[in-house]
Ligand binder design. Structure first.
Ligand SMILES: Cc1cc2nc3c(=O)[nH]c(=O)nc-3n(C[C@H](O)[C@H](O)[C@H](O)COP(=O)(O)OP(=O)(O)OC[C@H]3O[C@@H](n4cnc5c(N)ncnc54)[C@H](O)[C@@H]3O)c2cc1C
Length: 396
């Protein structure tokens, strides 16, 4: 069995794992990233996640501070205003960018984010990738933690579990978690359209679930946007199973979106994602910390899932930096618990908020419609409240 040594063993090489590796590599840690997919040998076209991520302004400021934003910004489309419609209560709200220097957020394709991070990590001498590997055992030995996978033994001081919402690390270590299944799937459609999107993001609250349209970068001179529509699984399945060129999908998009974006010219990709949310009982275990979707996942209603993961990464980077400066140990119970205390409350609060938002906006009873109508009017008239909501969306 081949034996490898490092400071940090990061398990999971998608958005959270790769960004954590980048931030820790800059600090000089020796890192091994284990990823079960073959992310290195395959080209960008083989990254099958067609989703985009709305990166909040606050997250962008962190990415800037780590020196990685300069590689991402060429692929990021700014959101300058957000228009919210509640179709059950028949009311709407507009949120505008507060200062000309910042934006409400930035839309970037997940596949682009992943390929930029891999490219930059491959330049770092202190980072090693092990792909196509599946961890099957984790053991604690004195000051190190040992992971075993596909004939490899990896010794590290700390494991960073970034292996997504169905985390294998969590299963192996037996960390408890609370899970909520929404009886919904999110339909994600990327498409070209006739009219420019003018950097406006739209969020419609429908009886069946939220529908968002987010502005993407132009492609081959075509105006492009993405649609994220939470709906009953049988409806989403019916749409995803129909042929891409099927007039049926185009008709649905036209009916919902042509007022805002003009004629729908071409559908580029369609994918469905089952929706669930979870939160681990704690974000650490034996010489291990959980971050990103391995720690928590939330309803995509507010586009905040990875922005929350980014805040975990910010916290772990801060602690790793401090440990480097002080020459103190990483992976101790104290280190892992401090990380937990920095992140847990924030994640729990957002987990609850997004869950309740989804619940309230689906309610169609008279008194809920009345309450939502009053709520929208109060926010519309109150500059302070509007600013607070904008700050929440921007993550500042
Ligand atoms: C429809 C939808 C839209 C969204 N939109 C937004 C948005 O606009 N803004 C936002 O902030 N968030 C958004 N999110 C949330 C966001 O997509 C996730 O929070 C983010 O992708 C999580 O990244 P991650 O790296 O933590 O986990 P994952 O993307 O799940 O990555 C986990 C990685 O670990 C690997 N792995 C798993 N098991 C193992 C193992 N045993 N060994 C090695 N590797 C393993 C997997 O192959 C994978 O590469 C959205 C989510 C959905 C469903």
């Amino acid at each position: 069995m081949k034996e490898l040594n490092c400071d940090l063993h990061i398990i999971g090489g998608a958005l959270s794992g790769l960004l954590t590796a980048y931030c820790a590599a800059v600090l000089g840690y020796r890192i091994i990233i284990s990823e079960k997919k073959n992310i290195i040998s395959n080209s960008i076209k083989s990254i099958t996640d067609i989703r985009t991520t709305a990166i909040a302004e606050g997250s962008k400021i962190f990415l800037e501070s780590q020196g990685i934003w300069k590689f991402i910004k060429h692929y990021a489309e700014p959101i300058k205003s957000i228009r919210v419609f509640d179709m059950t209560a028949k009311c709407d709200l507009d949120f505008i960018n507060p200062t000309p220097k910042s934006n409400l957020g930035y839309i970037v394709k997940n596949s682009t984010l992943i390929s930029v991070l891999i490219k930059e990590l491959q330049k770092k001498k202190n980072v090693k990738f092990i792909t196509g590997s599946n961890i099957n055992s984790i053991l604690s030995q004195n000051l190190k933690i040992v992971s075993l996978s596909n004939n490899k033994k990896i010794n590290s001081k700390l494991i960073i579990a970034a292996d997504g919402k169905n985390s294998t690390v969590r299963k192996i270590l037996g960390t408890n978690f609370f899970k909520k299944n929404y009886s919904e799937k999110a339909l994600v459609v990327n498409f070209y359209h006739e009219m420019p999107h003018n950097n406006i993001a739209y969020e419609f609250f429908l009886k069946t679930g939220p529908l968002a349209i987010l502005p993407m970068q132009k492609e081959k001179n075509n105006n492009q946007s993405t649609l994220i529509w939470s709906n009953k699984p049988e409806i989403v399945d019916m749409i995803t199973k129909s042929n891409l060129n099927d007039d049926y999908v185009l008709e649905i998009l036209k009916e919902k979106l042509s007022v805002y974006l003009g004629n729908i010219k071409k559908i580029n990709s369609i994918q469905a994602f089952p929706l669930s949310a979870h939160i681990n009982e704690k974000f650490y275990d034996n010489k291990t910390v959980y971050l990103g979707d391995a720690a928590h996942s939330i309803h995509p209603i507010a586009g905040q899932g990875w922005n929350l993961g980014l805040r975990d990464i910010k916290s772990i980077t801060r602690l790793l930096k401090k440990a480097k400066e002080n020459g103190s140990a990483i992976g101790t119970k104290d280190f892992c618990k401090t990380y937990n205390d920095l992140c847990y409350y924030d994640a729990y609060r957002l987990f609850e908020t997004t869950d309740k938002l989804d619940w309230i906006f689906k309610k169609d009873k008279f008194y809920f419609r009345f309450l939502k109508n009053v709520g929208f009017k109060v926010i519309n008239k109150n500059k302070f409240l509007k600013e607070k909501i904008v700050e929440f969306a921007m993550g500042i």
